[in-house]
Design a protein around this ligand. Sequence first.
Ligand SMILES: Cc1cc2nc3c(=O)[nH]c(=O)nc-3n(C[C@H](O)[C@H](O)[C@H](O)COP(=O)(O)OP(=O)(O)OC[C@H]3O[C@@H](n4cnc5c(N)ncnc54)[C@H](O)[C@@H]3O)c2cc1C
Length: 418
Amino acid sequence: MEVVIVGGGIGGLTLALTLDKAGIPSRVFESSPEIKPIGVGINLLPHATKELARLGLDKDLARVAVETREAVFFNRFGQLIYREPLGCAAGYEQPQFSVHRGDLQMVLLDAVRRRLGEDRVLSGWKCVGFEQDATGAAALFRSTVTGEGLAPQRGSVVVACDGIHSVIRKQLHPGEGEPLYSGVNMWRGVTRWPAFLSGASMVRAGWLKCGKMVIYPIRERIDAEGRQLVNWVAEIETPRHQQRDWNRRGSLDDFLGAFEEWHFDWLDVPAFIRAADAVLEFPMVDQDPLPFWTQGRVTLLGDAAHPMVPRGSNGAGQAILDARALADALVTHRDPAEALQAYEAKRREATANVVRMNRQNPPDAILREVFVRSGDRPFERIEDVIPIEELKAISERYKRVAGYDRESLSGPAAAGGK
Ligand SMILES: Cc1cc2nc3c(=O)[nH]c(=O)nc-3n(C[C@H](O)[C@H](O)[C@H](O)COP(=O)(O)OP(=O)(O)OC[C@H]3O[C@@H](n4cnc5c(N)ncnc54)[C@H](O)[C@@H]3O)c2cc1C
């Protein structure tokens, strides 16, 4: 049995490693001519770091990531709304890591090359569709470099890990249309900056209507002054947006105005944004949950299966949980088609709940409640605006749906939310 994996992003590479641990061979076909460390910051919450530790990657990750210790919420006047510990600081056995997506991808890629062999990851292979019969499935390819057709690659199953614009998803669901714009546009970047707050804080501040920021460090001690590489995202409600392209350059003039007054004692936000290495612009998009992921011996995984708006730090994590569930199903079921159905039964509704929750009540709903109830004005005491228990309940509810509440993680590793 060999699994054909389409896409060498976070989900595809994790799947290759998870299958390898289960004794199942695979090959990864990636469209980029060369896998380069692209992207900005990503968070790996305890459900994902538990799986990566099971794969023996915890030390490699700890070397390149920041172990995030707390979540902190502020209004746009810099007033503290809510603070809670994260990862090991919150009593989990597993840490939360904030990491550059490129560093995470390189940790996974190095492990795949070392454990499976250099020849198991092929780049420059752009999938253009699939075909299948009763005994197997084949992914169809063109060369990204020359545009020429390449030999179909056959396996016992084909798994589409080709991200938000998945061609295999389009073949399974031809009438679906493009990703749905949420009404929020994002500008993202990284800035070299001295440590702020605890030095390992994930900050969410403001609100989407007037401008919201997410800020957290992703690399430690990057220079002689001991500065960190700090990831930031500015999110603003606006009809103005363009199609998602991970490399699209953004312009400060388009969003900085919303944050010009944000001079806090822990961070001068406009100065911090101006000092960014580069600014990227992405629309915040997702897709409605699908009625099915699997057809015979072909299935979807990660963003190809369940793209979600990035408001709960769960995009990479859910792809990692998918990989575990799929490998488990292939071990348990002799018939590969049955295994894919079992995988889908475990993960489709669980991830659909995260997609919906990210739209309505992700952790930053804490900011929305304070924005609405305070009339977007400074407060004397947060308790006059909203009870702290209610803020805690928003955070805890999200953890349960996404599958990283303490109770869900205390048993043997189990992929899935509730
Ligand atoms: C270049 C890039 C930068 C990103 N930056 C960020 C970021 O800064 N922050 C963040 O939160 N998320 C980012 N993401 C998304 C994030 O990685 C995913 O949401 C999440 O990790 C789920 O992983 P995935 O493997 O499903 O998708 P992805 O990590 O998106 O991986 C999909 C992979 O499939 C490949 N691919 C696409 N089409 C084809 C095809 N036709 N044939 C073969 N291969 C194909 C892509 O090149 C990519 O390597 C980025 C994704 C990409 C591709």
